[in-house]
Each structure stands twice: as structure tokens, then as C-alpha cells.
Design a protein around this ligand. Structure first.
Ligand SMILES: Nc1ncnc2c1ncn2[C@@H]1O[C@H](COP(=O)(O)OP(=O)(O)OP(=O)(O)O)[C@@H](O)[C@H]1O
Ligand SMILES: [Mg+2]
Length: 232
């Protein structure tokens, strides 16, 4: 199993203000699997993503990636893991404002030993003709395409997406979902995508629902449908 989450617990704060956000999660995700993570606001979705991303650490439990336990990695190794093996896509794009579309993607490429071809990627992303523009000259959907490009240009083993369509309208959201689906199929990256939108679960291989710090549902979606056919 590629990604193994075992008994993960996480709380924030201390004393009376202590909140137990993750109360012992077990989850296994296969290589290349597209996993959608659902749950109400505050249920710990981003917290779990940050732990998988090596940005935050769990209080208890284990995270094993490709046979290697994250907690056993040195700071240096962890940094290499984040740099080379992980892509992160956020709701608010987080592009570098004074770099062009192309340059923003190249930043991701520099981090990798075997980056994807930037020209090919710009075509797949549908922003080839916008490559010389700055982020503030783009629509939200175009900015998100660029952010996806920056995350996947290093061809990461794991792509973490935190509400990637949260700031987008219906049609643009579907375009972005189609793009993430294409990336998953073309490059075989393992994807964990957080969303509030229940309809999006239909395009996933695996659906995980979090509530009150626990996994309430975890199942393989037997009737996966293409992103283009989603409706909400
Ligand atoms: N660094 C932190 N310090 C203190 N509390 C935190 C921290 N990060 C998260 N929390 C708390 O942990 C809980 C879960 O937060 P998290 O961001 O994981 O939720 P979420 O499921 O992503 O919610 P949303 O759907 O609103 O993004 C919340 O109660 C939040 O206030
Ligand atoms: Mg969140």
C-alpha cells in the first residue's frame, strides 16, 4: 500500500482550549488512487492534508509513504520529500505575483530532478497562450490552472488539493476537475482532494468522510463517473 495512515491523532491548544481535531485515523491509499476527502468545516480535512504533506506533524500515529515512515525522516529528508514528491494545490492559488505564468510553473520544475516538459504542460493546462501574463492578468480559473501546473510539473508522487475549486464558479470548477482527472490518468499521481462539494465524490476512486475527528465513511466508488458528467 502506497500511503498508510495509522492511528493518527492531532490536537491544538492546551488546557481548557485544547481541541482534539483528529482522534485516531486509519486510512490506506493505493498508488495512483484518486481519493476525495469530505467533511464539515472544522472537521480536520486541512489538518490531515498538512500531516500527509509533512507540513504539520501528528501527535500520535504513523504516516508511511512507499514503505517509509515520515516521523523517522530527518528534517533534511523531509524537506526533500516535500520538494520532490509532493504537489500542493490550494483554494487561493498562491502564485508568485511578479512572475509570469510560465515562470511560476518553472519554479516548480526547478525543484525536481525530472520535471515534466513545461510546453507540453502549458498545452494540457490550456494556458499556453497566456504563458507570458502575470497572475493578476488572469481569471481565477486560469490562475488555478497555473497553480496546478506549478504543483504537477515536478510530477509528484502525491498531489494534495485543498478545495481547489472553492473559489470558482460551476463551469470553471468542472474544467479544473477535468484537468485534475486528466493529470491523474496521464501521470498516475496519487491524489487526495479535499472538498465541501458532495457531488465531486462521484469522480473519485475512494471516498473518505470525516466528522468529529473520525473517519465515518471510507469506501471504493464502484461507479466512478467522469468529471465532465458531474452535476450539482
Ligand atoms: N494551527 C492551528 N492552531 C489551532 N487550531 C487549529 C490550527 N489548525 C487548525 N485548527 C483547528 O482545528 C480544527 C480543524 O481545522 P481544519 O482546518 O483542519 O478544518 P477543515 O476541515 O479543513 O475545515 P474547512 O472546511 O473550514 O477548511 C478547527 O477547529 C481549527 O480551528
Ligand atoms: Mg480546510
Amino acid at each position: 500500500m502506497f500511503l498508510q495512515i495509522q492511528g493518527i491523532k492531532k490536537s491544538f491548544g492546551s488546557g481548557d482550549s485544547r481541541v482534539n481535531v483528529l482522534k485516531g485515523l486509519d486510512l490506506e491509499i493505493e498508488k495512483g488512487e484518486f481519493c476525495v476527502l469530505l467533511g464539515p468545516s472544522g472537521s480536520g480535512k486541512s489538518t490531515l492534508l498538512n500531516i500527509i504533506g509533512g507540513i504539520d506533524s501528528a501527535d500520535e500515529g504513523k504516516l508511511i509513504i512507499d514503505g517509509e515512515c515520515l516521523a523517522d525522516m530527518s528534517e533534511k529528508k523531509l524537506s526533500v520529500y516535500r520538494r520532490k514528491h509532493l504537489g500542493y494545490i490550494f483554494q487561493m492559488y498562491n502564485l508568485i505575483p511578479n512572475l509570469t505564468v510560465r515562470e511560476n510553473i518553472e519554479v516548480g520544475a526547478y525543484l525536481s530532478d525530472q520535471p515534466l516538459d513545461v510546453d507540453e504542460l502549458l498545452h494540457i493546462l490550456g494556458i499556453y497562450e497566456h504563458q507570458k501574463k502575470l497572475p493578476n492578468q488572469l481569471s481565477g480559473g486560469q490562475q488555478q490552472r497555473c497553480a496546478i501546473g506549478r504543483a504537477i510539473v515536478k510530477n509528484p508522487d502525491i498531489l494534495l488539493c485543498d478545495e481547489p475549486t472553492g473559489a470558482l464558479d460551476y463551469n470553471t470548477s468542472k474544467e479544473i476537475l477535468k484537468l485534475i482527472e486528466t493529470v491523474n490518468q496521464k501521470y498516475g499521481n496519487t491524489i487526495v482532494m479535499v472538498t465541501h462539494n458532495d457531488a465531486i465524490k462521484d469522480m473519485a476512486d475512494r471516498v473518505v468522510k470525516l466528522r468529529d475527528g473520525m473517519i465515518r465513511k471510507n469506501y471504493i466508488n464502484e461507479h466512478k463517473i467522469p468529471a465532465a458528467e458531474l452535476d450539482w
